[in-house]
Design a protein around this ligand. Structure first.
Ligand code: GTP
Ligand code: MG
Length: 398
């Protein structure tokens, strides 16, 4: 198969390296031919004014592009239009920044009308500040470029087009939201409690969703497999009520990622809000990963919850993918300590381990009047405002 040669520029830590590589791989359906990372360059800082990366490194990359005939340079950070332009001019290869890369993945994977609109909104928001800047750069002048036939500047026309597009998409999204709200109201009338699954992308949300609801939604090791929200009912034993079983609604939705720009969270707000308004929110953490990665991902999720002003008292931490973990109990203790979570529920959606306990925990927290059950707490004990571990876990690049 034909492959596009990609040079990846990222930070010199394993987390960034692996995540950036996964992002490039996950973008393959949107990038034809298939992207292949032929070389990785690392930089401690990607905020140098001219190219994002330092000038010396930019020259090195230019030489490498010449030798390898690489097609694309992916820079794992947000770059300004000017930085992209400068780097493209120097290296003569196409430059894609982290935001564009994530947008490309979203673009190629969106299937529902609402998800498509949300991504288009994010794309318009990405483009808007770039229109004027790009026109200046490509015209090579600092004057406003390209006078239009009717006395309007081309740039202004483009800008206005984008603005109009944005208004149109927002209106369509509002319509979709109204429909969704109607469904939500209907569901509320059934008085079925709502449980939602949230977490970092690829933490195993859909796999657990499929297991609990007998659904068959797509799962994959690629990032951002799920982009829209699905709600299905599932049943749990309910000893707390005098009934044998109770029906609940379970929501699966888009995952989080570190360094997600604010406008992308914004674009997905209505989708996420439905999840975050649930009676119980299960925050899935992949326990099979390295401690450092777990902490960074946990912090990213927590930040999004903060940003969207979620009531943390209904957030329960669930450690997933425990089937692959060697020395499980010691590891769980360490993660619980590090994340300051009491009695985390540990599960494997692959083997079914812990699923009964998870359901019991859900029933207990939804129905029990006597909430003494420390056994089922699985919550973050100290709300991490500026807590020690959160500082320790701070994303090195923010
Ligand atoms: N070993 C193991 N793998 C799992 C488990 N749960 C999920 N996985 C794998 O983890 C990967 C991601 O699973 P998904 O369910 O697609 O994750 P997600 O959180 O829905 O991901 P996005 O939709 O991309 O946000 C897949 O390759 C799954 O097979 C588990 O309990 N054990
Ligand atoms: Mg999913």
């Amino acid at each position: 198969m034909n492959s596009a040669k990609v040079i990846l520029v990222t930070y010199p830590d394993n987390f960034s390296l692996q995540e950036a590589q996964s992002l490039v791989e996950s973008s393959s359906p949107s990038m034809s031919p298939h992207p292949q990372v032929v070389k990785v360059f690392t930089q401690k800082y990607l905020n140098h004014s001219r190219y994002g990366l330092g000038s010396g490194k930019a020259e090195e990359i230019k030489e490498f592009v010449k030798q390898s005939k690489a097609d694309q340079i992916v820079v794992d950070e947000h770059l300004s239009p000017k930085q992209i332009h400068n780097l493209e001019k120097l290296t003569e290869a196409q430059v894609i920044d982290r935001e564009r890369l994530i947008l490309n993945i979203f673009h190629s994977r969106a299937t529902t009308i609402e998800a498509k609109l949300q991504i288009e909104l994010a794309e318009v928001k990405y483009e808007m500040p770039r229109v004027r800047e790009n026109a200046k750069l490509t015209s090579g002048s600092t004057e406003r470029a390209g006078k239009g036939g009717m006395g309007e500047y081309t740039v202004d026309v483009k800008f206005r087009d984008l603005k109009r597009r944005m208004t149109f998409i927002k209106k369509k999204l509002a319509d979709a939201h109204t429909k969704r709200e109607l469904y939500r109201q209907q569901r509320l009338k059934t008085k079925m409690p709502i449980v939602s699954l949230i977490g970092y992308t690829s933490s195993g949300k859909t796999t657990l969703f499929n297991l609990l609801t007998s659904e068959n939604k797509e799962i994959s090791s690629s990032l951002f497999t799920t982009l829209s929200t699905t709600t299905r009912s599932f049943r749990i034993d309910n000893n707390e009520k005098q009934e044998k079983e109770s029906s609940l609604l379970l929501i699966d939705t888009v995952g989080f990622i570190s360094r997600l720009p604010h406008y992308m969270i914004d674009a997905f707000k209505s989708t996420l809000q439905e999840s975050l308004a649930a009676d119980l929110i299960l925050l899935l953490i992949d326990a099979s990963e390295k401690f450092e990665d777990i902490k960074i991902k946990f912090k990213s999720c927590w930040n999004v919850l903060d940003e969207l002003k979620v009531d943390k008292s209904k957030v329960f931490v669930i450690l997933t993918k425990c089937d692959g973990v060697i020395g499980l109990s010691e590891r769980i203790d360490n993660i619980a300590n590090d994340l300051s979570v009491s009695n985390p529920i540990t599960i494997s959606s692959k083997t079914g381990y812990g699923i009964h306990k998870l359901k019991t925990m859900i029933a207990h927290n939804l129905y029990s009047q006597s909430l003494s059950g420390e056994e089922y707490s699985t919550k973050v004990k100290t709300v991490p405002e500026e807590g020690a571990y959160i500082v320790a876990a701070a994303d090195p690049h923010t």
